[in-house]
Design a protein around this ligand. Structure first.
Ligand SMILES: [Zn+2]
Length: 123
C-alpha cells in the first residue's frame, strides 16, 4: 500500500436550516444528524423533547391485532399511529383509554410506551 492511497473520509452533508412546524423557530439540522435520520425532522429539538417527555391521553380508535397496528385518538381530536411493539402494558382494543408518549418516527409521529388503562373511557 502506498502512502498516497486515498483514506476513507467521513463526508458529511452540509448543515441545513429548518423551520419547526410546531413553534415556527428556525433550527439547524446538522450534517451529522442528517446521516443518522433519513427524514428531516418536522419539529425543533425543544419541541421534540417536550413531546417525548409529556405523557398524553387518548382512546384507541381501532387496532388490527393481526397486523399489529392501529390508531389512537388524542385529547385534541387528532389520530396518532400506534404499533403493538410500543405497548408496554395491556392489550389495545377499540374504546380503551390509554396513556402514551409521542415520538417522531420515520413515517411521522407515533405513540410509544403505551399503557392501557384498566377502566374503559367514559362515554
Ligand atoms: Zn419547536
Amino acid at each position: 500500500m502506498s502512502e498516497t492511497a486515498p483514506i476513507a473520509t467521513l463526508t458529511l452533508p452540509s448543515d441545513r436550516f429548518l423551520t419547526c412546524a410546531h413553534c415556527n423557530v428556525t433550527f439547524v439540522w446538522t450534517g451529522w444528524e442528517q446521516r443518522q435520520e433519513d427524514q428531516e425532522p418536522s419539529r425543533c429539538p425543544g419541541c421534540r423533547h417536550l413531546l417525548a417527555s409529556t405523557r398524553r391521553w387518548g382512546v384507541v380508535k381501532w387496532f388490527d391485532p393481526r397486523r399489529g397496528y392501529g390508531f389512537i385518538t388524542m385529547a385534541d381530536g387528532t389520530d396518532i399511529y400506534v404499533r403493538r411493539r410500543d405497548v408496554v402494558r395491556g392489550k389495545l382494543r377499540r374504546g380503551r383509554l390509554v396513556s402514551f408518549r409521542v415520538v417522531e418516527g420515520k413515517q411521522g409521529p407515533r405513540a410509544v410506551k403505551v399503557r392501557v388503562q384498566p377502566t374503559r373511557a367514559p362515554r
